[in-house]
Design a protein around this ligand. Structure first.
Ligand code: SF4
Length: 438
């Protein structure tokens, strides 16, 4: 019997290469609908990505496997120590599976065997771009590693270090290859897309005979040449985000911004070490919409951050009403081991956090639903993801794969995945649209 909402715990040890592996596995797990949970007791199985470089690392890895077995019981081992299968088996014969570094397919196979996947992501291999763990018609394009910010709820910088940007020509060449191999949509990812290039002082490189600086605006300009949909994720709200809005208005990249605001109370934002001028943020949102009326803004928020008062929570709800964001994800604050925020005073009791989360989601659900209602009667260009017995499932420019809603095309049986078509929107629910071919 498949478990509804299967949850996977993840322990990541080792060097940056191991982290890239972890990330790819986590991305794939999420793409397939698995939930990643930070606690052993909440997980249905645990993956331990090990290191085998020096003795201390071997011991640390073995200890981590032992702990995961003790705390959870269902453990899949991957990473460098996985090469020493016999050593692991001798210590822990009960581990479910052992795979080596970069062995994504076998890790996912072991997860599927332990916990049947919630939905089918139509995993595909694209030979000239290496193993790609997303459907053939969309691909994640990673532009940098690490992060220069120190948001107090986050431990990514301590795990992955400061920002390291990939040179722009390298990224554009990879994107070009992906598009040549059939990719129709590029999803730009990083920890902080708007900081791209700051670490290399925006180094200039050549691509297709023209000069491009290693920075977000030039990246968008270059990607906009490829004829694919280009979607920006994890954009930190820096002032220069304003520079990409014209490219969106001109249709060069998708009018879509995934920009985690996290909160709206200046005091809480300060405690989070995030940019705190919320009036300015609202002004900018209004200006972006004026310049690019079709802009979809997705964001994420944390409710119940330590010290959040009722009034500050209300401020957050006011912001939601005012900002009219299209898509929003929210989490009740939960401490991450090693995060600075854990030491902040006045933690919000769990029950209150959950209550606030519910209220937050109810407010946003109304906003999101009203925004979708307004699309009824419109003609939209969509990209088909999947065709089944009930028609086609597709996405519009406003929908990122896996995290946003979909467009269901009831008469789309003859469509093919990866195809662009125009549809008429006939109906709207809380997240999804219903449409017929135009
Ligand atoms: S939340 Fe994002 S921007 Fe903040 S430190 Fe973590 S990775 Fe960096």
């Amino acid at each position: 019997m498949p478990i509804p909402n299967p949850k996977v715990g993840f322990v990541s040890l080792g060097c940056p290469k191991a982290l890239v592996d972890s990330e790819r596995i986590l991305t794939q797990l999420q793409a397939e609908g698995y939930e990643i949970v930070p606690r052993y007791d909440k997980a249905n199985a645990v993956i331990v990505n090990t290191c085998g470089f020096i003795d201390a690392a071997v011991q640390e890895s073995l200890d981590a496997i032992g702990e995961a077995l003790h705390e959870n019981g269902k453990v899949i081992v991957t990473g460098c120590l996985g090469k020493r299968d016999a050593l692991i088996r001798e210590a822990y014969p009960e581990v479910l599976a052992i795979t080596g570094p970069q062995d994504y397919a076998n890790v996912m196979g072991a997860v599927h065997a332990a916990l049947p996947k919630p939905h089918d992501p139509f995993v595909d291999l694209v030979p000239d771009t290496g193993i790609k763990l997303t459907p053939k018609h969309y691909a994640y394009l990673k532009i940098s590693e690490g992060c220069n910010h120190r948001c107090t709820f986050c431990i990514i910088p301590s795990m992955r270090g400061n920002l390291v940007s990939r040179p722009i020509d390298e990224v554009l060449i990879e994107a070009e290859k992906l598009v040549r191999s059939g990719v129709k949509e590029l999803l730009v990812i990083s920890q902080d897309t708007s900081a791209y290039g700051v670490d290399v002082r925006y180094a200039e490189r050549a691509w297709r005979g023209a000069a491009y600086q290693t920075r977000m605006t030039d990246l968008c300009r270059g990607l906009g040449e490829l004829g694919a949909w280009v979607r920006l994720h994890y954009v930190y709200p820096y002032p220069h985000v304003d520079e990409v809005i014209p490219l969106m208005a001109e249709g060069r990249i998708l009018p879509y911004l995934d920009i985690p605001f996290q909160h709206a109370s200046p005091r809480i934002l300060k405690l989070m070490k995030r940019p705190g001028n919320i009036d300015k943020t609202l002004e900018r949102i209004h200006a972006w919409r004026k310049a690019c009326p079709d802009l979809t803004i997705r964001s994420t928020f944390i409710v119940g951050f330590p010290g959040e008062t009722d009034a500050e929570f209300e401020e957050l709800l006011d912001f939601l009403h005012e900002a009219q964001l299209d898509r929003v994800g929210a989490f009740a604050y939960s401490p991450v081991g090693g995060a600075k925020a854990n030491a902040l005073p006045d933690p919000v009791p769990d029950e209150l956090k959950e209550d606030r989360l519910e209220r937050f989601m109810a407010v946003q659900a109304e906003i999101s639903a009203a925004k979708l209602q307004k699309k009824i009667g419109r003609t939209l260009k969509i990209l088909v993801d999947e065709v089944g017995a009930n028609g086609a499932i597709a996405r519009s420019m406003a929908d990122a794969p896996e995290i946003d809603g979909v467009v269901r095309i009831t008469d789309g049986l003859a469509l093919k995945s990866g195809q662009f078509v125009q549809v008429h929107v006939m109906g709207a629910g809380a997240h999804d649209l219903e449409a017929v071919l135009a």
